[in-house]
Design a protein around this ligand. Structure first.
Ligand SMILES: O=C(O)C1=C[C@@H](OP(=O)(O)O)[C@@H](O)[C@H](O)C1
Ligand SMILES: C=C(OP(=O)(O)O)C(=O)O
Length: 416
């Protein structure tokens, strides 16, 4: 087991090339494969969650190990069900406890041949692919949008196309919209027919050149660094982000405007990419209420930032956090207590900090095989000198060069 001791710089003036978005990379790759190749998308992420899809599509092994990648597991399950071949798809221990029944049931009702190898409702799966007919389907929209994106992407290759009727409060809706926009770019006819019905026509994808945006979710840790650093003159330049982004997590700009971080865009070049400059700005916020239903991956960053800024909060829309890389609600409560903050959770989807504190034990931060635990806690080194963190390498799931980027910004990171 590796651990790091992390110390913050006194001043910050850094230019950071963020990783490419894994969500966009993984969609572009599935569509690339469904359109039978041609021009490979550019600026694909080099993170674990994208590398597993690249390997699966390139080598088509009998046993596909998708590791910890939720999107890859869900997208490949739909892909393998609708294309010829016979495969087992499996993943990490945690992946084998992340639910997939809703997607499997939906695919089976379209005629797919899928069986559970161990426990019903969970990977590993055995899938024998075939041409599926498609048609109308009802599916819960309140558990994970990844099931919906997975089904949508195979829609254009189904004989009758696909009509999805979503029930319940739709979670992570911006990720569904991201899927629809990328599909449309590649020639699909796929759109919302009403608040909860999406229709996809049976019309093959057209292969085209594609440039993947850099990752707004990954930018959130730099927003947190700007919010927590003590240098009033600090500047952070983030490259490769799109202003009119497909990513719902670009809402991070608005969230952090309330937490003392200003965002300025400088258009650069022809690709609609922008350099984003973060600086400090005055703020007055005693307590913060926010609903994370549309942007669950930002929750850890904002929770940790608010605690360290002493801003009480009442955060809702967090139900999906329990079925991600770890139970993120539990993990946040346990690790923030080590830093002296007592959080409460309610109704499985709400996290509250009333300002309750305890003595900080400063025990090493554990990362729970969750990249976002490591990245959300790293900036707390501005408050806690010699911050210790176990298993920091987990960042490779979405942001492999995270620690190198911190070093470039003059953080001191010592391996123990
Ligand atoms: O479609 C995607 O790329 C994602 C959707 C979200 O998952 P849920 O829909 O399960 O909330 C998000 O948390 C995940 O990191 C990426
Ligand atoms: C939840 C995440 O990923 P996934 O569900 O794709 O494993 C994430 O990156 O925060």
């Amino acid at each position: 087991m590796k651990s790091y001791t992390i110390n913050a710089p006194l001043q910050i003036d850094a230019t950071i090339e963020l990783p490419a978005s894994k969500s966009i990379s993984n969609r572009a790759l599935i569509i690339y494969a469904l359109s039978h190749g041609g021009i490979l998308p550019k600026n694909l992420s080099d993170c674990d969650d994208t590398e597993v899809i690249i390997a699966a599509l390139k080598n088509s092994p009998d046993i596909i190990d998708i590791k910890a990648a939720g999107t890859a597991m869900r997208f490949m399950t739909a892909f393998l069900s609708s294309t010829l071949g016979s495969h087992t798809i499996t993943g990490t221990e945690r992946m084998q406890h992340r639910p997939i029944k809703i997607l499997v049931d939906a695919l089976k009702s379209l005629g797919a041949n899928i069986s559970y190898i161990k426990e019903d409702g969970f990977p590993p799966l055995h899938i024998t692919g075939k041409q599926l007919t498609g048609g109308h389907l009802q599916i819960p929209g309140n558990i994970s949008s990844q099931y919906i994106s997975a089904l949508l992407m195979i829609g254009p290759i189904l004989k009758q196309g696909l009509e999805l009727e979503l029930s319940g409060e739709i979670v992570s809706r911006p990720y569904i919209n991201m899927t629809l926009k990328i599909m449309a770019y590649f020639g699909a006819e796929a759109q919302w027919e009403s608040e909860n019905i999406i229709k996809v026509s049976p019309k093959p994808y057209i292969n085209k050149a594609y440039l993947v945006e850099n990752d707004w979710s990954g930018s959130s840790y730099w927003y947190e660094i700007m919010a927590l650093c003590k240098d009033d003159q600090a500047k952070i330049h983030l490259t490769g982000l799109f202003r009119n982004s497909l990513q719902g997590d670009s809402v991070i700009q608005d969230i952090f405007a309330k937490l003392g971080v200003r965002t300025v865009f400088e258009e650069s070049g022809t690709d609609a990419t922008t350099t984003v400059t973060l600086t400090k700005t005055p703020y007055h916020l005693e307590s913060f209420t926010y609903d994370f239903t549309k942007c669950p991956d930002l929750a850890q960053t904002v929770v940790v930032t608010c605690c360290e800024l002493g801003i009480k909060f009442h955060f809702t829309g967090l139900a999906s956090l329990k079925i991600k890389e770890t139970d993120r609600i539990e993990a946040l409560k346990i690790e923030l207590r080590k830093l002296g903050f007592i959080l409460h959770d309610e109704h499985d989807d709400t996290l509250i900090w009333n300002g309750d504190r305890c003595e900080a034990s400063m025990a090493p931060i554990d990362t729970y095989e969750d990249h976002r635990m490591a990245m959300a806690f790293a900036p707390t080194c501005f408050v806690h000198k010699d911050l210790l963190m176990n298993n920091p390498q987990v960042v490779s799931k979405s942001y492999p060069h995270f620690w190198d980027d911190l070093r470039q910004a003059n953080f001191l990171i010592k391996q123990n």
